[in-house]
Design a protein around this ligand. Structure first.
Ligand code: AMP
Ligand code: ZN
Length: 466
């Protein structure tokens, strides 16, 4: 089956075709580093990680660019409230963000450009937009984008364009505003006292960029005028992504991005998890309650990205239980050493792989992909219990599970039991089969000394880290 994604721009599922064969340029809007991200933000980053990993599974080379918004209304406001420099303030939260990514097993992007390091690129676009009369300098000193000059304004966000062309728009300096109020938006904000020492020189005097121009400039620098995919949460559709399109296309005259993908929100009691509503948990809050980070990852990916997902600690517990099932299964496969080859296994593996790929090809239906894995687990567990399969069969199942995990990223590192321990377990099994219980116990002790416990189950010995 062909790979398909729901393209927000077209409002339908579309077959994916990259601009260059086998290569995908992917821009993922990154964090505004003014606080610790909450797990709602991580729903977006986990979705993007799954997207990238699955594109790689399908043999595409992916160049992922994720910006760091280290200057905007919020970073300036909060660094000043705390009385520290913008740089010190944003570096603290950038560092925390990278730590969280590692904890959640999110693979690094190819590049993480910072807004403050791309003033030249932003100024270049703004100057050109002024020249093309798509932007104007206003009497408040700021430079605004004139949205009525961009015919396709509103297309991504599904806003009635004819109303805009009638000149109904006002002017907005703030980075964030509502869809009901489409307005000319600030490309460059002139310096005011509230900005303190935060300012850059520009042809329009000292000031700072608007949030939206940051992403137009950084995506262009690292991915070119046109690229394949751009993602974010649904709240990014308006105004942020709509404005990025107006800026970049207004500047280049070419189609900016082919596929726009947006994940729906993580909710708490039916409302978007957000800093402004105060109903959020940071990753640190959740881990402090002794939850496993991979359970958080599992929960976030267990529901297809365009569905709403309600966060509760019960659902986090259920995610942990599902993970334990996968982890236990992997442990059993790793140490399974009995039985003879069963030709049925190849078919079971092929069916699971087909279902997994069909689900993921259809707009990343992760919940169906997981169902395919659990189906395989149930069937193989039964065969292991009855010893109706061989060690080679177990290794083949293990290999397909590890292949799936290249996409899902939910297996623990420590699942890889050292070969020395595995050898001792095999020796112990042989000793027990010869009823040499004394040697069996001695070997158990040696296994323990290496930090592992061995448990005898009907499906054979299972090794666990102590
Ligand atoms: P921000 O740092 O606010 O720019 O947000 C970073 C990313 O997280 C953006 O892609 C947002 O769309 C996304 N996001 C924010 N809140 C949520 C949420 N509750 N659920 C899913 N994604 C979210
Ligand atoms: Zn962005």
């Amino acid at each position: 089956m062909a790979l398909r994604f729901y393209n927000t721009l077209k409002r339908r599922l579309q077959k994916f075709k990259p601009i260059r064969e086998c290569f995908v340029g992917l821009y993922t809007c990154g964090p505004t580093v003014y606080n610790f991200p909450h797990i709602g933000n991580y729903r977006a980053y986990v979705f993007e990680d799954i997207l990238k990993r699955y594109l790689e599974y399908k043999s595409f080379e992916v160049k992922q660019v994720m910006n760091i918004t280290d200057v905007d209304d919020k970073t300036i406001r909060d660094s000043q409230k705390e009385g520290v420099s913008l740089k010190e303030f944003t570096e603290r939260y950038t560092k925390a963000f990278f730590e969280d990514l590692k904890i959640l097993n999110i693979r690094p992007a190819s590049v993480y450009p910072k807004a403050t390091e791309h003033m030249k690129e932003m100024i270049e676009i703004i100057e050109a937009l002024l020249k093309k009369k798509r932007a104007y300098k206003s009497d408040d000193g700021c430079v605004y984008y004139e949205i009525s000059k961009f015919k396709k304004y509103g297309q991504l966000a599904n806003i009635d364009v004819s109303r805009l062309q009638a000149g109904a728009s006002g002017r907005v300096q703030k980075d964030e505003y509502e869809k009901d109020n489409p307005s000319d938006f600030a490309l460059w904000k002139t310096w005011t006292q509230e900005d303190g020492d935060i300012k850059w020189d520009s042809p329009w005097g000292a000031g700072r960029p608007g949030w939206h121009i940051e992403c137009s400039a950084m995506s262009r620098k690292y991915l070119g005028d046109q690229f394949d995919m751009h993602t974010g949460g649904v709240d990014n559709i308006f105004p942020h992504h709509q404005n990025e399109i107006a800026q970049t296309e207004g500047f280049t005259g070419k189609r900016f991005v082919n596929f726009w993908l947006h994940c729906d929100h993580l909710l708490v009691d039916g409302q978007k998890m957000s800093k402004s509503l105060g109903n959020f948990y940071t990753l640190r809050d959740v881990l402090a309650k002794s939850h496993h980070p991979l359970a958080v990852r599992y929960l976030l990916l267990s529901v297809q990205y365009r569905q709403k997902l309600n966060f509760t600690f019960e659902s986090l517990g259920a995610a942990r239980a599902a993970l334990d099932r996968i982890w236990d299964f992997v442990r059993k496969l790793e140490t399974y050493m009995e039985g003879v080859d069963n030709p049925k296994l190849d078919k079971l593996i092929a069916t699971a792989q087909k279902k997994f790929e069909k689900s993921m090809d259809g707009d990343l239906e992760t919940s169906n992909a997981l169902a395919a894995i659990f189906d395989l687990i149930t069937k193989v567990n039964k065969l292991m219990m009855k010893k109706k399969m061989s060690q080679q069969n177990a290794q083949a199942v293990l290999s397909v599970i590890r292949k799936f995990d290249k996409v899902l990223g939910v297996l623990k590192e420590e699942e890889k039991i050292p070969e020395s321990v595995q050898k001792l377990v095999q020796e112990r099994l042989a000793a027990r089969q010869q009823q040499n219980w004394e040697l069996g116990d001695k070997l158990r002790e040696q296994i323990k000394q290496q930090g592992y416990a061995v448990e005898d189950t009907p499906a054979g010995p299972v090794i666990k880290k102590i």
